[in-house]
Design a binder for this molecule. Sequence first.
Ligand SMILES: *Cc1c(COP(=O)(O)O)cnc(C)c1O
Length: 365
Amino acid sequence: MTRVFNFSAGPAALPEPVLRQAAEEMLDWHGAGCGVMEMSHRGREFMSIIEQAEADLRELMAIPQNYRVLFLQGGATQQFAQIPMNLLGSGSADYLVTGTWSKKAFKEAQRLAGPLGGTVRLVGSTEAEGFTRALRADEFALDPQATYVHLCTNETIHGVEVGDDGLPPAVAPLVADMSSHILSRPTDVSRYGLIYAGAQKNIGPSGLIIVIVREDLLGRAHPLTPTVMDYKVMADNGSMLNTPPTYGIYVAGLVFRWLKAQGGLAAMEKRNIEKATLLYNFIDASGFYRNTVEVGSRSRMNIPFLLQDDALNEAFLAGANAAGLTQLKGHKSVGGMRASIYNAMPIEGVRALVDYMRDFAAQHG
Ligand SMILES: *Cc1c(COP(=O)(O)O)cnc(C)c1O
């Protein structure tokens, strides 16, 4: 068996020890006589799995008591609809657009706002600049009456990230799509009304989405909201109104435990800074590769880069694959390459990528 360094944006690489443990427990979880996929979600065994997963996530992110953790389905894309259905009411929400994902979230909210009886506003966008930076607080004026303010704190396709220090003023509950950088750094959860993240980037298998929501935002859903999409109903039922994505929750739980064993999110942030700095510094000094994102907005997780000449892209990818460096092709809307270096990517993988890029540039530059 040869495992490659997999730079996929998602579904993405998982920590090898987690996969090994899941493999070991596939047929018989802790003497249950069956695997997690085959268990009743309401049985004692699975209840202990979901409770431990939540406890570990709460510890990792220091989630305050007045927030609920929901394990849901439908992906971040479903949240684009679920958020306005649950939170918009007859009010108005503000959206910041800094890349493909926040733009999609805005479009979906815009589509639903009328039927829901509310409105949404696009208060700031960097689209005209090709989504190459985060928005600065002095570039937009939020509605102090807004029911919420939506943003994407890490744009997976464009490689634009904001941390807690780059957040807009808290005039209204902040709703953040953290799909591709949750757990990559400490986050002050109390600064957000709602955080959501699809699992397949930095948590676990696709099919699971985690929503962390402040309790006072529950119970506001539009009456036509489907029951399974009502945050309050899901919170009241421990994410088990219906069958939850049990296997995804189990693997996410293994990842949370792995993160704790690595030293938690402060330790992960240190490593993620080290990995990203290595790659950005190489790109910037190379004279052959380019990353066009403004330095202060560069993502530590998703690093798009262009080659000196697009005609070399195919050769670059073929050589990378042959060297065991896979899934580097950039999103078609941006072109070039993209290296996604989530928590599960070891520094050795980034070093191997930089070595390959250096050799390739020497041959083709
Ligand atoms: C991948 C991604 C999405 C979409 O996730 P789905 O699970 O495919 O719905 C949304 N937002 C961000 C930031 C993403 O990275």
